[in-house]
Design a protein around this ligand. Sequence first.
Ligand code: HEM
Length: 540
Amino acid sequence: GTTVADDSNQKQQQLDQYRVDSTNTRYTTDQGVRIDDTDNSLSIGERGPTILEDFHLREKVMRFDHERIPERVVHARGSGAHGVFQVYESLAEYTCADFLSDPSLVTPVFVRFSTVAGSRGSADTVRDVRGFATKFFTRQGNYDLVGNNFPVFFVQDAIKFADFVHSVKPEPHNEIPQAQSAHDTLWDFVQLQPETMHTIMWLMSDRAIPRSFRMMQGFGVHTFRLVNAEGRGTFVKFHWRPKLGTHSLVWDEVLRIQGNDPDFNRRDLWEAIASGQYPEWELGLQLVPEADEHKFDFDLLDPTKIIPEEEVPLRMVGKMTLNRNPDNFFAETEQIAFCTANVVPGIDFTNDPLLQGRNFSYLDTQLLRLGGPNFQQIPINRPVAPVHNDNRDGFHQHMIHTSHTSYSKNSISGGCPATGVLAGDMNGVFRHYTERVEGEKIRKRSPSFGDHYSQATLFWNSMSPWEKEHIVKAFLFELGHVERRYIKEQVVERLTNVDTGLAAHVAAGLGLPAPTARTTNHGKSSPALSQAGQPSGLAT
Ligand code: HEM
C-alpha cells in the first residue's frame, strides 16, 4: 500500500525524472555532441564570411529564435507553486471523489495565481481580478478548480467573454492602456451590459488590489455539482480561505509599488515559500440540496450571483499548503494548462452558461498555446493517475505505445481498461450526472438571470465607511480617465440602481449633474459616507 508521504510526493517524483542539472557538465549540442567553442562561429578566415555548415551556430540561433510561445490570451501574468491538499473528514456523503472522501490522502497540487488583463511582463499590483487556479493531481485523475479571487463574474454567458475581454484589454489602435481599468472601452461595455454591475463593485473595491497572493480568497464562482456513489447530486460553491486573512493594498501604495517593484506579489510568494513560511488556505463548501434549487431569489446557474453565507453557511472541509517553488518558470508555471472540464468522478458541472463555454475554451486555446494535442504529456500537466487509451500520434507525441492495436473495443490486445478485460471493475469510473433536460432550441436567457442590481447593492451595503470611501475614489480615478462624457453619465445612471448615494458621490466627483433619484433602488437608502468619504478634493 501507498503511505501518505508517498502520495504527496508522487508528482514531485514524476517531475524529478525530467529535471536536468547542467552545472559543471560538458557543453553539448542538442544532439549530445561535445563542443569546445561556443563564442565564435565557423568562418572562412578570421575576417571572412560565416559558413552554412556551422551546425552549432545554426542550432543556437534557431533555438533562440523559437523560444517564445503565445502567452495566455487572458491571465498571462502569473506565479505558481507546488503544494498539498488534505480533506479534514470524509465527504463521501456528497461525493465519490476519493481526494475528498479519504482524510488520510495527501494530494499533490500546483496553484497558479494571476492577473487577468495585463501581458506576461506587466506589473503585479494593478486593479484587476486575480486568477486562483488549482490542479489537484488525484489518484483518479487531474481535477482543476479554475477560480478567481472574486466570487462573481462580469458576464453571465460565455458568448460575451471575448467582447468583455476586448473591452478591458488595451485599445486596438494604440495598445493603450496597459493593465488598467481606466478607459472608455471597458466603461462603455459596463454601461451597455448591466449584468457587469455586481462584479464591477468588487473591481472598484480593495479586493482588486490584494496585498499578497497569500492573503487572497479564492472562489470557483460557478455552482458546481458533487455526486456521490449512489449518483445523488448536491450543488456546491467552492471557496478558498487564506489562513493569513484577506488583506489589500491601498491605492497610493499600489501606485508606488508598481514603480518600485512590478514583481511585488510574485516576489512575496516566492520568498515566503523559500523561507519556509508556507501559505495555507482552507477549502470551504456551500452545499445546496437539489430540492432547494429554486428556493433563492436569484438563479444558482447565474455566475454574477453569490449565495449569501447567511442563507447557506460555509463548511470548512480541508486545507491546502503551498510548500515548494517551481524549479523552472517556463516548464511549470508557463506550461501548466488548467481547464474547468478537467473533473474527476464525484465532481460535475451545472448548466451555468458561462461554465459551459469555459469547458470548451480552455482546451481550445491550449491546443494553440502549447502546440497541439499532446500538451497533457508536458511534465507539469501529467496526471499521477495512469493514462491508457487509444489516442495516438500528433505533434510532440512522447509515448511509445507498444500495443498492436489502437481501437476499442478489440479482441486482439484487450482494448481500453474500462471496456476490455477489466470491464467488470467500475470502481472510480467517471459517470456523468444523470439530469433530465427538456426544452426548445432557443437563443434567449431565462428571466431568472434578470436582476443585475440587488447583489451589487448588497455588496455596497456590506462595506464599512472607509471601504465605501475607497470604492468611490476608485470610480473617480477610473471614470476620471474616460474621455466620453456620455459614457460616464450612463455609468452613473447604472450606479443609481445600485445605490443613489454612491451614484451622487461619483457624479459630484466627476463634475456631472446629480443623477435622477430612483424608486428602483430596492427600497433601500444609502447609508451616509464617512466625512472622509466626501468626494471633495478627490482626484478625477
Ligand atoms: C485563463 C478563471 C471565465 C477563457 C484563466 C485562468 C483563470 C481563469 C484562473 C488562468 C489559469 C492559469 O493560471 O493558467 C476564470 C474564471 C472565470 C473565467 C473564474 C469565470 C467564472 C472564462 C470564460 C472564458 C475563459 C467565460 C471563455 C469563454 C479563458 C482562457 C484562458 C483563461 C482562454 C487562458 C487559458 C490558457 O491559456 O491556458 N481563466 N475564467 N475564461 N480563461 Fe478563464
